[in-house]
Design a protein around this ligand. Structure first.
Ligand code: GRG
Length: 285
């Protein structure tokens, strides 16, 4: 896993190091890219390629880096005053606090567009590149993450039912976690049927990931406050936890992860060790 992270990070660092544009833009993109993300999306993609017995080569780390760039750009924009207005992310200043708002907006813009330059330049068959570009735009744009974000903001103060919460999770978080599975399937040249199965696995894992994130948000708040959670923390926003309660949300998380493991076992993959390890890690809460 460490080698996968290291090689992806090399692509991320070198991309902005080698470009000759205003240095504070490179500093701002690199600051957030190297601020300590877990790299779960690249790891899922690279582990799925290995599961399909594909030998990892530089182009694969470029695809992994492209995905991480979009993810990082979305976090920079998510923290902006017009959105969540956060001062800290991963224990460090958010991008607009460290630099300024205009720089953070532009750093996000670069991180949304540069991935397509990376993909279009990588050494993969042209038809694969076209499919990856299409899938990444689908995952991140108005069919995916951006749509989820705007729905989430529109629904901030509303009480949502389970299917409304799931739809937002699916778009905002799920699509970007589905890309690693679908992208690996494209490069492994799997059948249309298996591609559909991969999409379903990604969607389940995406939902599980967001439920886990919601659980951790609440449990971290408890730990920081040093007391049992009040209704105020749990009910601030409609989430799986506010709807079902903490214990039922945990049960649902484990149930989804079991479904993911079962669905993985019927694919034509042969080397499951890293991908199963990643799923198992998500069971820890
Ligand atoms: C224009 C592509 C584009 C996006 C802008 C701001 C925005 C639209 C979307 C926000 C999406 C968002 C913040 C989703 C949350 C997803 C989530 C659970 C993030 C945390 O992911 P981790 O745990 O983070 O992988 P690390 O820190 O490990 O990278």
């Amino acid at each position: 896993m460490n080698t996968k992270i290291k090689k992806t990070e090399e692509v991320l660092e070198n991309f902005y190091k080698n470009l000759k544009f205003p240095s504070h833009l490179a500093q701002a993109t690199t600051y957030s890219l190297m601020a300590g993300g877990k790299r779960i999306r690249p790891l899922l993609f690279l582990s799925m390629l290995e599961a399909y017995k594909i030998e990892l080569k530089p182009a694969h780390f470029e695809v992994a880096a492209a995905l991480e760039m979009i993810h990082t750009g979305s976090l920079i924009h998510d923290d902006l005053p017009a959105m969540d207005n956060d001062d800290y992310r991963r224990g460090k200043w958010t991008n607009h606090k460290k630099f300024d708002e205009a720089t953070a907006i532009l750093a996000g813009d670069s991180l949304f567009l540069d991935p397509y330059f990376v993909l279009a330049s990588c050494d993969l068959p042209a038809q694969n590149v076209v499919s990856l570009v299409k899938e990444l735009a689908y995952a991140s744009g108005s069919f995916g993450m951006v749509a989820g974000q705007i729905l989430d903001m529109d629904c901030e103060k509303k009480e949502l039912n389970r299917s409304e919460i799931e739809e937002i999770h699916q778009l905002k978080t799920g699509r970007m976690l589905t890309f690693p599975f679908v992208a690996a399937g494209i490069l492994a040249n799997v059948s249309e049927t298996e591609l559909i199965q991969l999409r379903q696995i990604g969607e389940k894992l995406g939902l599980a990931f967001q439920i886990r994130d919601d659980i951790l948000d609440v449990t971290r708040s408890f730990a920081e406050l040093g007391k049992t959670p009040g209704k105020d923390i749990i009910e601030e926003k409609s989430t799986y936890v506010s709807l079902l309660g903490l214990e039922a949300a945990k049960t649902q998380l484990l149930c989804l992860l079991t479904e993911v493991k079962n669905a993985l076992s019927v694919l034509t993959i042969v080397n499951q060790s890293d991908i199963l390890l990643l799923v198992k890690n998500l069971e820890q809460i």
